[in-house]
Design a binder for this molecule. Structure first.
Ligand SMILES: Nc1ncnc2c1ncn2[C@@H]1O[C@H](COP(=O)(O)OP(=O)(O)OP(=O)(O)O)[C@@H](O)[C@H]1O
Ligand SMILES: [Mg+2]
Length: 372
């Protein structure tokens, strides 16, 4: 797949800017706070309708404007598409493909696929479980767009169940067993779908990541990735997962009413990363943790390519400078011209001459773009 053009209106610090991508690799150069990451974020939104910067839609809209728009044209083996995402300060987002408004946002997903690799991802190993869940969910949305709907359903039920528990807590009420049973049933049905899909995705990703990891680390380290659910998952059939989920909720019932919140479910699950049987966050140097994140990102690229049948885009935000030369080369060798890549940097000095020669170089200054 190939992103041909991107057009931003009132998005972050861009008032109105069109960019045409004329080479498989584009390097975006500019000083700090000029709009480089913002541009990658716009591509990420077209691909996943999510942003790793988390926040509200109104933060994405240029100060003073009511609406922001991101348009992109993409070339794929199945044909070309033009995508438009409209963000509103007030009201819901709307999505449009080839001039037609879509009723379901889910149908917008999967036209562009992208793997984002930023310096923030280096926190994947050390950061909170929340970041790893967000990462896995973003990958899943691309592997199976219906997952976006499944996750939304779960979050919706979770919010309602939490509101109910909170109300019981305030009223110092033991909760109507019947009403709680209804919420439990809904939570268990929606949550089981989330858990099973996450588990399956990790099972597919883990061997690919382990193989990249052993390549990069020179086979000295063994990476394991495991989806650790709060719900026991011995046999992963929907019925058994549902049953253990329900049992877990019932065990936690008193604690939940006391605390006014849901204590079991995929919102508390974890993606465990370990190296040579030791949790990666405790293991080794920052460099080793970077190797791990690089292996995860390369595995994402490969898995999306396998599932979708076309190589996704790669968005490298400020990350090359963070990797040492041999890891940089590993990454660049893998990319070659196979993955369309957008790279941000504050200076071109870090790039190999051959790379500079074959890349489109774009200057970013105060929300404006100058192509050479
Ligand atoms: N909603 C918004 N409206 C206007 N400006 C915004 C909005 N959101 C962010 N910005 C501005 O965008 C700029 C940051 O852009 P961005 O994160 O893309 O910088 P960058 O070029 O990637 O810089 P760095 O090299 O530091 O990573 C900041 O000046 C910020 O104030
Ligand atoms: Mg940036």
């Amino acid at each position: 797949m190939y992103l041909q053009t991107l057009h931003l209106k009132h998005f972050r610090n861009y008032t109105q800017q069109r960019v045409e991508f004329t080479a498989p690799k584009t390097i975006l150069v500019g000083n700090n706070a000029q709009g480089k990451s913002n541009l990658l974020e716009a591509v990420e939104l077209l691909a996943t309708l999510r942003t790793h910067r988390m926040g509200k839609d109104r933060d994405l809209i240029q100060g003073g404007a009511a609406i922001a728009q991101i348009n992109g044209t993409v070339e794929r083996e199945i044909g070309n598409s033009s995508l438009a995402l409209t963000l509103r300060r007030q009201g819901r987002r709307t999505v449009n493909i080839n001039g037609e408004n879509l009723r379901r946002q889910m149908d917008f997903l999967g036209i562009i696929n992208a793997v984002q690799f930023s310096s923030l991802d280096l926190d994947l190993v050390r950061g909170s479980p929340d970041g790893r869940r967000h990462w896995l969910d973003t990958l899943l949305v691309q592997l199976e767009p219906v997952y976006a709907y499944i996750l939304q359903q779960y979050n919706h039920v979770l919010r309602q169940r939490n509101a109910y528990l909170k109300a019981c807590q305030k009223a110092d009420d033991a909760g109507e067993t019947e009403e709680l049973a209804i919420w439990n049933a809904q939570l268990v049905t929606a949550g089981t779908r989330v858990i099973r899909r996450r588990e399956r995705a990790i099972q597919r990703l883990a061997p690919i990541a382990a193989s990249w990891h052993s390549d990069i680390s020179g086979s000295t380290e063994d990476l394991q990735i495991n989806y650790a659910s709060y719900i026991p998952l011995e046999q992963n059939s929907p019925e058994t997962v549902q049953k253990s989920f329900l049992d877990r909720l019932q065990q936690r019932n008193i604690a939940e009413l006391q605390r006014g919140t849901t204590l079991a479910g995929p919102h508390r699950d974890e993606v465990e990363l370990s190296i040579n049987q030791t949790p990666a966050r405790q293991y080794g140097s920052q460099g080793q943790q970077r190797t791990l994140v690089l292996a995860l990102k390369l595995a994402e690229l490969q898995l999306i390519e396998e599932v979708v049948g076309e190589p996704p885009l790669l968005l490298l935000d400020d990350v090359l400078a963070e990797l040492d030369l041999s890891r940089q080369n590993q990454l660049l060798d893998t990319i070659q011209d196979r993955f369309q890549t957008l790279i941000t940097t504050t200076h071109l000095g870090a790039f190999d001459a051959q790379w500079l020669h074959s890349s489109q170089i774009v200057y970013v200054h105060c929300g404006e773009i100058l192509c050479k």
